[in-house]
Design a protein around this ligand. Structure first.
Ligand code: PGA
Length: 257
């Protein structure tokens, strides 16, 4: 991380876990162990139905609430979908876009990811844009080209002013929920490539201001080493973010002065 130029962000991605009552309980547990001063921003991205509960429960803890998805249209006949304005109106700050599970199970593509990035920015939300290669793609040796392409597609048509509001999360698909973490070197190599890609598109000043997270089995045991890499400015954390004790240990790893 490099706090001089950009924010460090530790974000939990709850996926389809926790009811509203469990959300309240988690907030109480976290409050009891949360460090007073924080050098990083803490975010919890929760299922859409838990957003209101989460906003209330985390309000006095300086924990921002994020959504896990949105639809790219502003309103209309899209049964079951949620718009950026609806999220913003509730007090949501961040929204995860293009998570590999959405690409894998819900047909999201680089094109829909780009539309959602525009919709989020238009609504005044900060998109957390997920990119990353599968195991097959890594073994084929195309990780760098693929991730650069995903970043370029996601940011297509996004202005320099708006790209500063975006967070990129590098999440190698083979490391998500598998217990297999990318080594700090593997993660750093791709996160540096992401910053280089942004530099080519928007210039050095903008590139150094963008927060780039690592995600994929980040846990207390490996967080400090990953966060010590200059181009890794935080984490997007699934499993370990569901337990207040583990989540706070990761926050503490990002909180070193
Ligand atoms: P994991 O999930 O930490 O459980 O691997 C990360 C993510 O999918 O964002």
């Amino acid at each position: 991380m490099n706090r001089r130029y950009r924010k460090t962000i530790i974000a939990g991605n709850w996926k389809m876990n926790k009811t509203a009552s469990e959300t309240k309980k988690f907030a109480e547990e976290l409050k009891a162990v949360m460090p007073k001063a924080k050098w990083c921003e803490v975010v919890v991205c929760v299922p859409a139905v838990n957003i209101q509960t989460a906003i209330k429960a985390f309000k006095d803890m300086r924990v921002s609430v994020g959504a896990e998805n949105l639809f790219y249209e502003k309103s209309g006949a899209y049964t079951g979908e949620v718009s950026g304005d609806m999220l913003k109106d509730l007090g949501v700050k961040y929204v995860i876009i293009g998570h590999s599970e959405r690409r894998q199970y819900f047909g999201e593509t680089d094109v829909t990811v780009n539309k959602k990035v525009h919709a989020a920015l238009e609504a005044g939300l900060h998109p957390i844009i997920c990119v990353g290669e599968s195991l097959e793609q890594r073994e084929m040796g195309i990780t760098m080209e693929l991730v650069a392409l995903q970043v370029k597609a996601a940011l297509s048509g996004v202005s320099a002013e708006k790209v500063r509001k975006c967070v990129i999360a590098y999440e190698p698909v083979w490391a998500i929920g598998t217990g297999k973490t990318a080594t700090a070197e593997q993660a750093a190599e791709v996160c540096t490539l992401i910053r280089t890609t942004i530099r080519h598109l928007y210039g050095a000043r903008i590139a150094r201001s963008v927060t780039i997270q690592y995600g994929g089995s980040m846990k207390p045991a490996n967080a400090a080493e990953l966060l010590a890499q200059p181009d890794i400015d935080g984490g997007l954390i699934g499993g370990a973010a569901l337990k207040s004790g583990e989540f706070v240990d990761i926050i503490n790893a990002a909180n070193q002065e």
